[in-house]
Design a protein around this ligand. Structure first.
Ligand code: ADE
Ligand code: ZN
Length: 339
């Protein structure tokens, strides 16, 4: 790729809207925390663990991802995990990030909701001071668990309402349609949270319809199977519902055979508010700039396409209009000054 376009991507101010904090857990840190917490792992070394990062589908990945999360026990563990991600995001010129966390993965092991949230948000506060990076937190319900379990999780979240901007839905998609969580998301909206949902990653376009119509999701995570339904594409465009696409994730989980099949270019051409994100960067071989770089190369994206992706990331963020205007101005200034 053109060296100047590489530099453009590297320096471009951008927002990341789809990243699971547990998916930023690097093997070195997994072993460090496992050792200090005296938790045993299925793997004997960092190299052995990395070798297991060969996935045929979403479930293959989730099994390893939940296994690694088991070593997180104390507030400091969640702090270290989050600071590590924010340092990397800052290095990629991410100026704003909206981070997912999966509380049920931890509360099921008797780690309190409070421990998890306090560790993550303390790191977010410190990173704001240290690097100026802005961040928000999004709670995700695990969709392979029951709606009742999601309701109990929401109850815990209400005690930390000021620290959580939105609620989403993740984990094993097939067989767990958004509609399974219809009632709890009514409560989520009544409580004033924004709503997002993973849909149309491995699941069909029908699940994206359920996410936007039944859960009233303001943003759809992945949503790549929307490409199969022209009426849905028109609906997403008309209602300006953003898609948080994660190309390297789609490649590593075999949602697509080749990176060039991730429909980012088509979404752009159709005027859909598509964004690029890393999902679980420590497992999928790249942070956000790797996603921009490899996607730009595979799909022959233009500088204007890349600019639109970054602009969309700010348009799709859960921030105030004042904050949005500041980020958009920063982006425009960068564009005008870049040579
Ligand atoms: N949890 C972490 N990463 C995920 C993904 N790509 N899809 C669904 N759930 C997830
Ligand atoms: Zn995800």
């Amino acid at each position: 790729m053109d060296e100047n376009l590489k530099r453009y991507i590297q320096l471009l101010p951008k927002a990341e809207l789809h990243v699971h904090i547990e998916g930023t857990f690097e093997p070195e840190l997994i072993f460090e925390i496992a050792t200090r917490n005296k938790v045993s792992l299925k793997y004997n070394s960092v190299e052995e663990l990395r070798k297991a990062y060969n996935f045929n589908n979403l479930q293959d990945f989730l099994d390893i991802y939940y296994g690694a999360a088991n070593v997180l026990l104390y507030e400091q563990d969640f702090y270290d995990l989050t600071v590590n991600y924010l340092r990397k995001a800052h290095a990629d010129n991410v100026v704003h990030t909206e981070i997912f966390f999966d509380p049920q993965t931890h509360t099921a092991r008797s780690v309190s909701f409070e421990t998890v949230v306090n560790g993550i948000t303390r790191a977010m506060d410190d990173a704001k001071i240290e690097w100026g990076i802005s961040s928000k937190l999004i709670l995700c319900f695990l969709r392979h668990l029951s709606e009742k379990s999601a309701e109990e999780t929401l109850k815990s979240a209400l005690l930390h309402k000021d620290k959580i901007i939105a609620v989403g839905l993740d984990s094993s998609e097939n067989g767990h349609p958004p509609g399974k969580f219809f009632h709890v998301f009514n409560r989520v909206r009544e409580e004033g949270f924004f709503v997002v949902a993973h849909a149309g990653e491995e699941g069909p376009a029908e699940y994206v319809w359920e996410a936007i119509d039944l859960l009233e999701a303001e943003r759809v995570d992945h949503g790549v199977s929307s490409i199969d339904d022209p009426d849905l594409l028109e609906e997403l465009r008309e209602r300006e519902i953003p898609l948080t696409v994660c190309p390297l994730s789609n490649l590593k989980l075999k949602v697509v055979e080749e990176l060039k099949n991730v429909p980012v270019k088509v979404f752009l051409e159709k005027g859909i508010r598509v964004t690029l994100n890393s999902d679980d960067p420590s497992y999928f071989g790249g942070y956000i700039n790797d996603n921009y770089l490899q996607t730009a190369e595979a799909l022959r994206l233009s500088r204007n396409d890349i600019y639109t992706l970054a602009k969309n990331s700010f348009l799709a963020s859960f921030i105030t209009e004042n904050e949005r205007n500041i980020f958009l101005e920063k982006l425009l200034n960068f564009e005008n000054a870049f040579v």
